[in-house]
Structures are given as C-alpha cells and as structure tokens.
Design a protein around this ligand. Structure first.
Ligand code: AMP
Length: 302
C-alpha cells in the first residue's frame, strides 16, 4: 500500500573521521524514501532548488518512488552540514541554509490524497497539519517526526498536530523535551496523553524502544564493526518502520513489533557508508537477511 512522505531533500556536507564530502545528496525524506521503497511504494513530497540536476534526481531511480510531488523551485536547495566527533557520538551542525525549504508549502498531487500510510517528516508542525488537511480521507496510519527547534519554538502548534497523529517517532532527548520528563517510560506515557497511540523512541547505537498500549519492545541496533557516517540513521529507521507497515498493510501490535526490526536494520545499513551511498545499492534480500539475523540475536528462551 502506498506510503506518503513529506520532508527535506537536501544537499549535505558531512565530515567524519573516516571521510568527508562537501556536497552530497541528503535530507530526511531522501533517507526515508530510499529505505521505505524497498518494502512498499513511496510517494515523495519535497522541494528542491534549480541546482538539483537530473543526475541528482537519479538517486531515486530504480526504486518505487513516485516523484510527482517533488517540486522544483527557483533558488538553491536546502543545505545542511555537520561534523562528527572522533567517536561519532556527537555531531556539531556547521551550516543550515533553508533556501527554497524556507518557503515550502507542501502540495499533494491529486493522486497522493488517498494515501493510507503517511509520514510527516521534520518540518513546521503547521505545515504538517496542512498536509493532513489535503487528504481525501483519514489515513490508516499517520506518523510524525519533529526536532528540538519546533518543540522549543512552536509548542502550541506541535501540540495541535500531535492530537491528529497515530505514532510519534523521535529520539530520546526530543521525547524528554516534548514530555518535560527525564525518564523515557514517563515521557512515553505523557506523550500518549498528548495524542499518539504509539511512541517509538530512537536511541542511536543503543537501539530503539516501542511503547504501544501497555507493552514495551526494546530492539538493539544491529551490531557493526565499522560505523562510517551516522547521518540519516534516524530517518532510515523511520523508512524501514513505515515501509514495513505499508508493505504488510497492517498496523496491529505484532506488525508494529516487526516494523521495529526493519527500522533498526535500515538504520544499520545507512551508517555503513558516507551519505546515502550504502542505501543506493541496498537490496530487499540484504534487508531480509539482516532482519532475520537481528531477530536471532535478540530471541532468548528462559
Ligand atoms: P539525522 O542524522 O537523522 O538527524 O538526519 C540528517 C538529515 O536531516 C540530513 O540529510 C539533513 O539534510 C537533514 N536535516 C538537517 N537539519 C534539518 C532540518 N532543520 N529540517 C529538515 N531536515 C534537516
């Protein structure tokens, strides 16, 4: 079943101890789409500038990614750059140039308005609501990402948006910030009271946790000997999680649990090479092999 994603398509500058690039294709919606499209057809809504060439667009080719919603506007594409510490545990943002992203007014092509699975990437919460208002009917699942910038600056708008969604996918610091809690379990419970019925808290190399109804599932990050570049790991997790659900056309508790495995697996592939390099070559078969390996690593009989 089709999965709609709205978010950033960008150029990134990335500096890691293992390699750097001054300009490569990035953006949360790019990572998300490359991962999700291995599991379900994706409909992308984003804006790029006139510096985004046909060659750049080719990053999406060969995948089930509908680009009818990829708008090209006059001006420069969104540019972000960051530098990682030697142990890759911290990242300093060096540049954020919104460019055409500053005026982004997501417009859904007519054919996208019946999407049953929707991922509202990290953009202004008012715009996230604007996306939902264009849907012909209530999707089966609406999930959302956000960041400290919106949590701190537009808490009322974010609260209005949270009331309309089903699942929040967010990192641990942001979960605590939204909830005003230091404890993850209490933070998840507080977020439940704000609207979402499922909360996924991403914890980088420590894995991710799903809070749904009265149950909790903790999934580790897939262990890797070499991590090259953590950029986009969270967006790739979201792509795996949502792609799996859209592919299965199911959102019951057991599907949500399986989706956590696919999220973790996609995150692990994303970090293996610089930028989106590894994801461009990734196959469904490699995903399935790693998903099964992760399940074997985590199942215990007592
Ligand atoms: P992550 O490593 O999960 O934080 O994702 C990094 C990606 O998010 C990069 O490819 C950036 O282009 C994109 N990004 C960085 N800042 C923003 C922002 N303020 N809004 C939307 N996307 C962003």
């Amino acid at each position: 079943m089709s999965l709609l994603v709205v978010g950033s398509v960008a150029f990134d500058g990335i500096q890691t101890p293992f390699g750097s690039t001054e300009r490569t294709i990035g953006g949360a919606a790019t990572y998300f789409s490359l991962c999700a499209s291995l599991l379900a057809p994706v409909r992308l809504v984003a804006v790029v500038g006139d510096d985004f060439s046909a060659k750049d667009r080719a990053v999406f080719s060969g995948r089930k990614i509908d680009l009818a919603g990829l708008e090209q506007a006059k001006g420069k594409s969104f540019f972000w750059s960051g530098r990682y510490s030697d142990d890759l545990r911290t990242r300093e943002t060096l540049v954020t140039e919104l460019n055409v992203f500053a005026e982004f007014q997501p417009k859904l092509p007519e054919a996208y308005r019946d999407s049953q699975f929707v991922f509202l990437g990290n953009i202004d919460p008012t715009l996230q609501r604007h996306v939902l208002s264009q849907m012909r009917r209530r999707p089966a699942l609406v999930a959302l990402d956000t960041m400290n910038y919106w949590i701190a600056r537009t808490p009322e708008e974010l609260a209005k948006t949270l009331r309309l969604i089903d699942a929040l996918l967010i990192n641990d610091e942001e979960a605590c910030q939204i909830a005003g809690e230091h404890n993850l379990l209490r933070a998840a419970k507080r977020i439940f009271s704000m609207g979402p019925k499922a909360v996924v808290i991403k914890r980088g190399e420590y894995g991710a946790m799903l809070f749904h109804r009265d149950a909790i599932l903790a999934v580790p990050a897939y262990p890797l000997e070499k991590v090259h570049d953590p950029t986009g790991a969270g967006d790739s997790f979201a792509g795996g999680f949502m792609g799996y659900l859209a592919g299965r056309r199911k959102i019951d508790h057991s599907s949500l649990r399986c989706a956590m495995i696919y999220g973790s697996v996609m995150g692990s592939f994303a970090v293996e090479q610089l930028g989106v390099e590894r994801l461009r070559k990734l196959t469904r078969r490699e995903v399935e092999v790693r998903a099964r390996a992760l399940v074997r690593m985590t199942s215990i009989r007592l």
